[in-house]
Design a protein around this ligand. Sequence first.
Ligand SMILES: Nc1nc2c(ncn2[C@@H]2O[C@H](COP(=O)(O)OP(=O)(O)OP(=O)(O)O)[C@@H](O)[C@H]2O)c(=O)[nH]1
Ligand SMILES: [Mg+2]
Length: 292
Amino acid sequence: MNHRSGFVNIIGNPNVGKSTIMNALVGERLSIITSKAQTTRHRIMGIVNGEDFQIIYSDTPGIINPAYKLQESMMKFVLSAFEDADIFLYITDVIESIDKNEHYISKLQKTNIPIILVINKIDLINQEKLEMLIDEWGKLLPKARLLAVSALKNFNINVLFDTILEKLPEGPEYFPKDSLTDKSERFFVAEIIREKILKNYKKEIPYSVEIEIESFKESEKIDHIRANIHVMRDSQKGIIIGHQGSMLKKVGTEARKDIESFLDKKVFLELFVKVNKDWRDKPLQLRKFGYQ
Ligand SMILES: Nc1nc2c(ncn2[C@@H]2O[C@H](COP(=O)(O)OP(=O)(O)OP(=O)(O)O)[C@@H](O)[C@H]2O)c(=O)[nH]1
Ligand SMILES: [Mg+2]
């Protein structure tokens, strides 16, 4: 049998469940997931290998109108995913209004690349409302294959997988067959820490933070990890640390537990808070943090 492979790029507005869907399809917790919009900042590949196929998923940041340079860079990842897709997985959910998708719909309407339109979070509505949504989306993207899923409940994810496999073109192994992702352990460790920041702080804080792994020393029994939490302003440093260090301690404990289960090893995690004035708008800083 011929080998099939391709880039299946996951695109959509913020918070619709793109990362939840990629993790469900890959069967691993690769991308972080939170209830806040703009959780994903990078293009993260998740690779699923079979004897005669290789699917390379790309999770991407939610589509936004950039207000600062970090967001511009996030949108570059989205654009790159528009450019090299073999299959588009365009994600919407049952909460957002269809109009919110206007920006990129015309792009999708014009493309000849197969589109699977996924309506996620169907656990939140009834059949009647779902049928209305399917009807509306069908008119908007008549060429797309439409699927209704609940990534949270793992409902119809197997059907989604079969549909992707069906549409996968013939192609080579792009990555060695034991690959799971294009990102490093360090990257995922930083993401786990950022997830705890997103969960534990409100308003602007999660959007003002970047995590840098300063050192990662492996030894037989325990890994020593030092990470810097970069904030934009002095006042944010105090908020991150909290009263007598209580908040930073909480973040550290929660992150350490998840890092330990991710690495399957004991971890000693040290967190430091650094003020890095307006890093979100500094091209050099952004490049150092792995943005384009
Ligand atoms: N009820 C319900 N919630 C879901 C479902 N899928 C995802 N969610 C929730 O939706 C929120 C956003 O999920 P993410 O996977 O982070 O969404 P995203 O599209 O990757 O978001 P960004 O990275 O910020 O663009 C989280 O709170 C998820 O738990 C679903 O099928 N049903
Ligand atoms: Mg995401």
